[in-house]
Design a protein around this ligand. Sequence first.
Ligand code: UP5
Ligand code: MG
Length: 197
Amino acid sequence: FSPKDVTVVFVLGGPGAGKGTQCANLVRDYGFVHLSAGDLLRAEQDRPGSQFGQLIKDCIKNGDIVPMEVTVQLLENAMTEVLQKDSSKNKFLIDGFPRKMDQAVKFEESVCPAKFVLFYDCPEQEMERRLLERGKTSGRADDNAESIRKRFKTFEQTSMPVVDAYEKEGKVLKIDATPSPVAVYRETQEQMKKWLQ
Ligand code: UP5
Ligand code: MG
C-alpha cells in the first residue's frame, strides 16, 4: 500500500497509562483500526513455528524492546491484511509503538509518517497500581512488580525521547491519563478536534 492511502496515529504512554483502553473508545467512535504492537508481538510469540518466539518472550518479561525489524514487519503485515480485506479501513491507531528512536525513523521511512501522536501521561505510582491490579487476572508475563519496574525504566530512558522528538515537531497531543477512563476520553476527543477536520 502507499503511504498516501492511509492515516496513522501513534498512541504512546507508559506501561498501564491506558493506551489500550482509550484506543477501544476511538475505534468505536471514529472508525479507526486498532493495532497494538504488544498484542501483535504476543501473538507472534505464541505462533507455532515462529523463529522469534523465545526472543519476544524474553524481551517482554524483561521490559526490553524487541528488535525493530520484527515489530515493524508485524505492523506492516497487519496493515496490509486489513487493507486487502477492506480498502476503506485505512485509518490506523498504532498503540505502544514506536518506543525507540530507531523504530520511529524506520517506520516513517519504510511504511508511513504519523499524522499526530496521542501521548497519555500518567505518574508511575498510578500506572503501577493499575498494572498490579490487572496482574491478578491478566495472565500477562510482565504484570508483576519486577517486570513493571523494568518496563518503567525502559520507558523513561528509551521511549520518552521518542515522545520528546515528536513534541519538537509539534505533533504531540498530551493528555493527562490520571483521571477516570471517561474523563481521559473526554479530554482526548477535545484535543483531537483540531487534527481531525
Ligand atoms: N485503566 C486504564 N485506564 C484507566 C484509568 N483512566 N483509570 C483507572 N484505571 C485505568 O490499562 C491498564 C490497566 O489500567 C487496565 O486494567 C485498565 O482497565 C486500567 P491499558 O489500557 O491496558 O493500558 P496500556 O497503556 O495499554 O498498558 P499496557 O500494559 O498494554 O502497556 P505497555 O506499553 O506496557 O504494553 P505493550 O503491550 O504495549 O508492550 C508490552 C511489551 O512488548 C513491552 O514492554 C516490550 O517488551 C514489547 N514491545 C516491544 O518490544 N516493541 C513495541 O513496539 C511494543 C511492545
Ligand atoms: Mg496495551
